[in-house]
Design a protein around this ligand. Structure first.
Ligand code: GLN
Length: 312
């Protein structure tokens, strides 16, 4: 068995290095000024496996922010805190086929709501439903939850990235005010943006990310103790959103070519969750035209093909 695992490690290591060439075809996101500092050639991959260990490859010690990957974490937390009924009274469950900054349907009717929790309009609404009386309490709640998911008490948010985004967040600010005007969001927008940008700036290494993927794949249970960190129906819901909307307007193609529930962020992070199998954490900041990690997407497809990981 030991030999088998070693062989597995060798194969993944080779695949990761082969995929590095794709970093040259992507571009780093620049609309959040602080993200410009990323190294465009970086590629890191971690796999959290059933025996409770994490193996990592490439630039595995890079620390990166979650950006939109945090939307799945916030969704799980908001549903746990406010209940499924309340959350989905304000946010829909349908893919947009559009990019993350989509304003699709918000303008159409009086009682409109964001189409899903994976676009920014939906994510802002979801973040407003995380438990806590003050913004500080909400951030504390998020930190406690992310530390449970990663099993790493040192995980925190990168304040330089959070501040840099807050200063330039006018598109999200506009979405927030629109949603507040429609009665979808009840709280004040500026403090909400403060929580949201800190949520997006949660930062970690690829092994931390892979452990989150493992837990969602493992019916919400902690790898070693089996403790239920996320209720089973919430873990399932999160994975389903990852399949239908996790990779924005590349979700359909990825479902066919990889078939692994996955969520991307504009930092170049990708969270993958193979049900009852493996958690995947990828980081490579050069993005394709859909805003997903260029090499990361290729890596996900290759891993899926090589190890038959598609859920379909
Ligand atoms: N923080 C980013 C934003 O709201 C997240 C977007 C993304 O990762 N796609 O614009």
């Amino acid at each position: 068995l030991h030999e088998e695992f070693r062989q597995f490690e060798i194969e993944v290591g080779q695949i990761v290095e082969e995929m590095r060439a794709f970093t040259k075809e992507g571009e780093i996101a620049t609309y959040i000024p602080e993200l410009r500092r990323a190294d465009a050639g970086a590629l890191a991959c971690a796999l959290y496996t059933k025996n409770g260990t994490c193996v990592s490859f490439g630039d595995k010690d890079r620390v990166f922010t979650l950006q939109s990957v945090s939307k799945v974490v916030a969704l799980a937390l908001a549903v746990m805190d406010s209940g499924e009924a309340q959350v989905f009274d304000k946010v829909g469950m349908e893919p947009t086929g559009g990019p993350f900054y989509s304003i699709t349907r918000l303008e159409l009717t009086r009682h409109s709501k964001p189409l899903n929790p994976m676009i920014n309009a939906g994510a802002l609404t979801v973040t407003s439903m995380i438990g806590g009386r003050t913004e500080t309490e909400k951030v504390e709640r998020l930190l406690r939850f992310i530390r449970e998911l990663t099993g790493n008490d040192t995980v925190t948010y990168d304040s330089a990235v959070a501040e840099s985004e807050l200063e330039t967040a006018d598109h999200n600010r506009a979405l927030g005010f629109l949603l507040k005007g429609e009665g979808v969001i009840g709280s004040d927008i500026e403090p909400l943006l403060d929580v949201y940008t800190k949520q997006c700036a949660l930062s970690m290494r690829c092994c931390d990310l892979a452990r989150i993927g493992f837990i969602f794949g493992h019916e919400g249970r902690s790898p070693k103790t089996g403790e239920q960190i996320v209720p089973v129906p919430v873990a399932r819901m999160v994975k389903t959103f990852m399949v239908t909307c996790g990779m924005y307007n590349e979700s359909g193609e990825l479902a066919i070519k990889a078939g692994i529930p996955a969520k991307s962020g504009v930092s170049g992070a990708i969270l993958g969750s193979v049900p009852d199998g493996m958690g995947i954490g990828i980081y490579s900041p050069a993005l394709n035209e859909k805003g997903n990690s260029r090499a990361g997407v290729e890596l996900l497809k290759r891993l899926s093909r090589h190890f038959s990981l598609s859920i379909f």
